[in-house]
Design a protein around this ligand. Sequence first.
Ligand code: HEM
Length: 478
Amino acid sequence: MALDSNLVNPWLGAAAALVLVVAADRVWQRNQTKWTHEPPMLPYTIPFVGHAFSFSKSAQSLIRVAAKTFPGHQPYSLLLFGKRVYIFTSPKDANFIYRKSKALAFLPLVESLVGPAWGITQDGLDRLGDVDADGDSLFRNAHNFYRDSLKEGPQLDGLTLNFVKYVRAGLDDWFAKAGGEVKEVNLRTWSRALLGAASTNAVMGPSIIRNHPEFLSWVWAVERGFFFFVNRIPRFLAKKQYDARDNAMNAIAEYLEDESNRKDGAPMIWDRNDQMISKGMQLSDRARYSYSAYAALQTNSVPNSSALLWHLFNDRKLLRRVREEIAPVFKGEPYITTLEQVAELQQTCPLLRACFDETLRLYSPAASNRRVVEEIVVNGYTLKAGRHVILPAFAHHQSEVFGERPAGFRPDRFLPGGGADAKQVRAFGGGTSMCSGRYFASNEVLSYAAAVVWRCDVEMLKDGMVRISERKIDLTTA
Ligand code: HEM
C-alpha cells in the first residue's frame, strides 16, 4: 500500500528525477574534460544555474575562490545559466588569446550583448549592423570611432580640460556645503559621486545631472544589473535594476532630443548620435546605444580611483611622498586647471603613476571578453565555437612577473629598480579591442587623485568610512 502511494506521489517522483539529474550532472562535471577537452568545470551544485548567482554577486570573489581549485593559473570553465564560459587567468594564455582576434573575436560578443544589456530593439540592432557599400556598419566601425575620438589630440584635450574644471567645481561645492566642518562619509561613495559627476559633466555637459540628480545612482544600479540583463532574467527578479535602466535611458533620450546640449557634449556622443540618425535609428535605441559608451567611461575609472585614494590616505608615509612629488605641479594654486599641469602629472610624478598602476594591477574590475568564432586550442584545451571567454585582469596580475609579494600593494615595484614593468599591467585589455579610453582614464584618475590629495585631509575610520575636511596648508608648499 505504502509502495503504491509512493509510486503515484508526484512529489516523490519529481524528487527522484531531480536526484537523478543532479547525479548525472555530477558525473558529467567530473568527466567531461576527458570527452570534450574543454577547460575543466569548477564544481557547482545546481544544474543549469551553475555559478550564476555567485558570479553575479561578485565575479572577483568567485575567481579568487576558483584559483584554489585550479592553482597555478590553470584555465577552467564556469556555468552561467546553462552557458559555459572559459576563464583564463594566466598572462601567457591572455597574450595568446589577444593575438587570435579572428578565432576569438570581440565584436560578435558585443553584438550579442548590447541588445539585452541596454534593451535595444531588434530594429535598432539591425540598423547598427547594417553594412554599407564599403562593408562598414556602426558595429564594425565602433572600435575605430571611439579610438579616434579618444586618442591623444584636440578632442581628448577638450575632455580633459572639462574634467579638471568639473573636479574643481565639485570640490569647491562640497567644501562650501561642509561650511568648514569635518564631515564623515564613506570614501567610496563620496569619491564615486565626485568623480562620477565630473566625468559625466565633462562628456555630456551638465544638463543630465542637473535635470536628474539621481542619475548616478541609476548608473550604479544598472551596473549591478548588467548580468541580469544579458541573461534575460525576468524583471520581477531585478526590478530595481530594470527600473534604474529605464530611468537612465529616458534621461539620455531627453538629453539627445535637446539640440542645445550639443555645445557642452563631447563629439564621441554627438557625432555618434548623428551617425545613428543617418541610419534611421529611433531615439530610444540611440539613447541606449549611447549609454554603452557612457558606461565604459564610468565603470572602471571610478573603482580604480576610489582604491587609489584609499591606499594613499591609509599610508601616511606614502601620502607625504606623493604630496611632495605633486607640489610643484600645483604651482601655488589650489587646483589643476591646465593641460600643461596634467601633462606634468604624467611626466614628472612617477610615484603617483606607480600608485595608479598598482591599483590597476590589484583592483581593476575590468576584463576582456571574447566569443569563440572558430574552434581553437589554447594551452592544450579545446575552445568550442559559440562559447564565451573571459580574461579577468586582476587575476593575471597575481603573478611573479611583478616581483615579490604580488598580492600586496607596493607601488615602488613600478619605480626604477623596483623590479616590475608597468607595461605588463593589462587592465586596459589587449589586441585589436584594447580600451580606447585609456588616455582619458589616465588623465582623469591622476588629476582627480592629485586634486583630492592636495585639497583634502582624510582621517580613516572603520568599514570604509572617513572624516574629510578641507586641508589647511600654505598651498605653495607640500
Ligand atoms: C581605469 C579605467 C579603465 C579601464 C581599466 C578600462 C578597461 C577596459 C577594458 C579591459 C576594455 C576591453 C578591452 C578588450 O577587450 O581587450 C575596455 C574597452 C573600452 N573602453 Fe575602457 N577602461 C577604462 C576607462 C575607460 C574610459 C574612461 C573610457 C571612455 C572615455 C573607456 C572606453 C572604452 C571603450 C569605448 C571600449 C571598447 C573598445 C572597442 O570598442 O574596441 N574606457 N576598457
